[in-house]
Design a protein around this ligand. Sequence first.
Ligand code: WT7
Length: 662
Amino acid sequence: MVVVFEATHEQLTAKYPAEVNERYPKGRKPWISSIEQYKTMYDQSINDPDTFWKERADELVEFFSPYHTVSSGTIDKGDIRWFDGGKINVSYNCVDRWAKKTPDAVAIIFEADEPGQAKYITYKELLDMVSKAAGTLRSFGLKKGDTVAIYMPMVPEAAVSMLACSRLGLVHNVVFAGFSANSLAERVNDSKATVVITADQGLRGGKVIQTKAIVDEALKSCPGVKNVLVFKRTGAQVNFQEGRDVWWDDALNQQTEFVEPVHVESEDPLFILYTSGSTGKPKGLVHTTAGYLLGAAMTSRYTFDLAQGDVFCCSADVGWITGHTYGVYGPLSLGVTTVIFESLPSYPDASRFWQTVDTHKITQFYTAPTAIRALRRLGDQFVTSNDLSTLRVIGSVGEPINPEAWCWYRTVVGKDSVSVVDTYWQTENGSHLLTPMPFATTTKPGSATFPMFGIVPAILDANSGEELTSTTAKGVLCIKRPWPSIARTILGDHQRYLATYMHAYKGYYFTGDGVLRDEEGYYWIGGRVDDVINVSGHRMSTAEIESAIIENEAVAESAVVGVSDDITGQTICAFVLLQSGLKESDEIKKSIIATVRAEIGPIATPKYLIILDDLPKTRSGKIIRRVLRKVAAGEEDQLGDLSTMSDPSILAGIVSKVHSAF
Ligand code: WT7
């Protein structure tokens, strides 16, 4: 699991005390400036959590009326509550507070798809936009607790939409705009959304995406949707359904009255976000208001050493949890500037990220290992042609980062003068679980180091479920007690929430990831131990892709496995049995790929599609995916126990098919 990698001692124990870091702004001190300070705070967060969280809440968020109980409930019961009795509003915390204190500070920098077309939105302007968008939503008859689906490109109006929902106590359900019409419809219906916010088209890497057309297609099977609010991104001619569709600009311009933030309960839902689990149907995780907001604010402050005046860029799409917490809510709750990046790291060429850093004087930059690996491969010249000396902290998220990529990130992008934070967490967690503290933690490339405040990790033996308490341990990663931003339930299926996360190992929150703790207590995440695969940081379940493939009428059966890939971490390898009588052909393969793209979206496209005559099965007819995984990994000499396999003679045929496909 821990990759043996040759690096200098300095790289392996990369430490950057702020006092000797010439990039660190004079007159400012890091929030956490020594490992001792981290330890003191961490110990307090564990030994006296109520005081710790009360202090953090006092510093970071504003309640309209005070809470009476800091926290209650347990992992085992799945009845977790934070800041009960309090009244609060997220948009007030992220916008109004700063519009009063620093109205002319920039809240959002929009780095549009084409370079040189950036737009700047101050906090005062943001408040005006959010109030008008909220007024528009209210004019649709929406009221507290109703759900709004957001299917938007990476434009500031996506963040404005989220904030407008939170202003009225509406629950947003952001659906990544790369998902197909089918996936969108499924998520709209499951969340019972009655309004969809979208755009005419999207732009990415010079390509036009027919966003509104996808929504129109989806809504054919969403009878519950009454209104569609359409932001004009390109101004192209698109279908417009009178009575249902409303143009964003027209509607917002009609709003003359300031919309006050609604006082919601701490535990009222803020948003639903769908993610894949190991079984077929995506899960709508429900995040609530006060705990989530505090988790976002606190981790943004400490992990990135963020403070007002900083310019933060998180390259993740708002359709993912990273975009929610670190693209929108975290930075705005701290009054800093957030950069919304519409383009691709490779557009128009591989210097785009670094040009963006240079242009906007970005101080903290956060992206995924897959982008780092891809850019590293294209050569250092794209980085070095830009002035990146404003950067102080650069982060990685979404999948394990290999030490080579980590060192390149720090040395070539960071000129050995920045802190690299490898942050581990999940959609379910709301905010960071494991991360170094920049300027305090001695990092090791490839390790997410130590727990965030309030997080008590435990390593369990996967089979016995016993906690491994020795320092050095390897097993599955669990968390022992609730933290403020943990998801409270799966929409409409609390039993599944309990079964998946809380009762897999009774009394522990189960992450689904393998982990190793080394002799110095550092955590090294090894990847998923379930049927979830991670392609470029996008999480998908093999079962979900299999059920999409089966939708193609040529297919009799399918089995999907993840294969490791140098750039994307993992790629999708699909094994397919055709209906009897059908012969393998390019047309059939193309049509299967088209089915997957239509059912889920382009992100689920299998890189390898291998048509087999037989699938390896047990005598009772269960597909033995382990065999396929091993063969696809080129480890056919390590298949293990095949005694339950009904017909081992088919193996040779599978191996030769795989060899010719790869
Ligand atoms: C899964 C969660 C919220 C982060 C974005 C993805 C993997 C995430 C790391 C990391 C190793 C990581 C895990 C996790 N993962 N960050 N720093 N090192 N693995 O969120 O879609 O909910 O996926 O991403 O496997 O379980 P997600």
